[in-house]
Design a protein around this ligand. Structure first.
Ligand code: ZN
Length: 495
């Protein structure tokens, strides 16, 4: 029986055996693509069979690059809600709008659809561990799926990571290396000497899983493809795979030939594909200094940009860039009209939709699906931006955020650090200042106790005793660099 899928090099067209693991060609090192034999799949699968299976990515097993079902690692990804957005549609002046709510995936991101495919395949191949340099949700998803599989993951992070994603990686017990992205080299899909598989956001096995978004949307619309699907463009993988998924359904006669206009959104501070599309250029010029708070679409040189651009052109879609302010407004709008709290890159699709309606590029009668790729709590700092005009709410949020730090340190200790940030003072002097402020009733011994504890935390240093004429020797206290850093952080929280 002919094979269901083939691995083919995008560079030299060479076909590789199914058990070939790395996603680059051993000959020319170009990325591989996965090509299916739709005649074989048509024999094995029809839409009634799909419909009869339980929800999730793996109901489309025959359309995914895994030879057997033996080692599937699943956390229940996919099968997400296609939410009809009547309130949001009315606000935007649109007739029919849906969001494909990917925030409910196991780690809160659409990446889980790809990670289940990738980790299952790697487990099949008996590779010991996986590693990645995540640009956003990739690390959190990798950590969760490797935890479930029993494999280990090694993740290199820079301080630019969103806090929620960092919490996830820590909880899933990934081995985290703190580094600077600019210094870390991507070695896509290579094994290194430690029998480790390097995952990149453009890995062909990873992005194959992402096309199931398109399958589900059509199935949820009773095997009909919508007039338009809007998705954010980061690496370019998602958009190109949505187009691939739509075409595959029509090859299998599940749907009529797709007329869906595939539409991409980028941030104004990082929009190489929008630029190429707008200027009708064939080549995509990288952005050397990408700027946006939407981490997952801050990709200056999208590795699958060309594929995304082709998908937009072939489907007669369009591309649009939106500002951070527009994205923030879209987060607010989506949350308050539809109860969906999206992360910035995800909400960019709503911002893009709003803009395209305004520009007249989207007809008010069109049926539109926006893909909401990830959950809002991944980046808690977004909430701070959302309440920037509401001082009372903002103060309260900051109080709650700061609670962790101040309850651990205590108000008196913080006050002592503040006194010492201005000059070196001895214990008695600190006691005098605290009591003169009148806000605190405190004894001299307890001030000394605080000083001992702050010294143990390495937040202050007690200097050698200094003789004072006619008095006892005094030990002055001085703030350490760590003490200064803690104080700076606290002030930032309170500002
Ligand atoms: Zn090749």
């Amino acid at each position: 029986m002919p094979q269901r899928f083939l691995l083919q090099c995008l560079g030299c067209d060479k076909t590789l055996p199914l058990h070939h693991l790395t996603p680059v060609c051993p000959g020319c090192e170009e990325p591989l693509s996965i090509n299916y034999n739709y005649d074989v799949i048509r024999e094995a699968l029809d839409k009634h069979k799909v419909k009869s299976r339980g929800p999730g990515v793996w109901k489309y097993f025959e359309l995914l690059p895994l030879a057997k079902k033996l080692n599937i690692i699943s956390l229940g990804e996919g099968g997400t809600f296609l939410q009809k957005c009547e309130r949001l549609a009315k606000t935007l002046g649109l007739r029919k709008l849906y969001v494909k709510n990917e925030t409910t995936n196991p780690t809160g991101s659409f990446i889980d659809r790809g990670m289940t495919v990738l980790v299952s395949r790697v487990l099949d191949a008996k590779v010991g561990s996986l590693s990645c340099v995540p640009i956003g949700n990739l690390g959190a998803s990798l950590a969760a799926y490797t935890a479930k599989s029993g494999l280990t993951s090694r993740i290199s992070l820079s301080s630019e990571v969103d806090l929620g994603k960092l919490y996830q990686m820590i909880a899933y017990d990934a081995d985290i290396l703190f580094s600077d992205h600019r210094k870390t080299k991507y070695i896509p899909g290579r094994h290194n000497s430690m029998n480790e598989y390097m995952v990149t956001p453009s890995d062909p096995f990873l992005i194959e899983g992402e096309k199931t978004i398109a399958y589900e949307v059509c199935e949820q619309l009773d095997w009909r493809s919508p007039q338009r699907i809007i998705a954010p463009i980061g690496t370019g993988g998602l958009l190109s795979m949505i187009w691939k998924g739509l075409q595959e359904l029509s090859f299998l006669n599940f749907t009529r030939p797709s007329t869906t206009k595939v539409t991409g959104v980028q941030a104004a501070g990082c929009c190489p594909i929008v630029d190429a599309f707008r200027n009708q250029r064939e080549t995509i010029e990288s952005v050397s200094n990408p700027k946006t708070f939407a981490v997952d679409i801050r990709v200056g040189a999208p590795p699958l940009g060309q594929k995304a651009l082709n998908a937009i052109r072939d489907s007669k879609g369009t591309a649009v860039a939106v500002s951070d302010v527009e994205i923030l407004e879209a987060i607010r709008l989506l949350a308050k009209t539809e109860g969906v709290f999206a992360e910035p890159s995800a909400a960019s699709t709503i911002a893009g939709l709003k803009k395209l309606i305004k520009l007249g590029a989207i007809d008010r009668d069109e049926e539109v699906v926006c893909v909401i790729t990830g959950a809002g709590l991944k980046d808690p700092s977004v909430v701070d931006r959302l309440v920037s005009n509401q001082q009372r709410v903002r103060r309260f949020v900051h109080g709650v955020e700061g609670r962790r730090v101040t309850t651990k340190l205590g108000a008196t200790k913080v006050r002592i650090l503040m006194i010492l940030s201005e000059r070196e003072v001895h214990g008695y002097g600190i006691w005098k200042m605290l009591t003169e402020e009148g806000s605190q009733q405190i004894t001299i011994p307890s001030v000394y106790q605080h000083l001992v504890e702050l010294e143990a935390l390495k937040l202050l240093r007690r200097l050698e005793p200094q003789p004072v004429i006619g008095k006892r020797k005094r030990r002055y206290c001085s703030l350490t660099q760590k003490g200064l850093d803690v104080l700076t952080t606290l002030r930032r929280i309170e500002s």
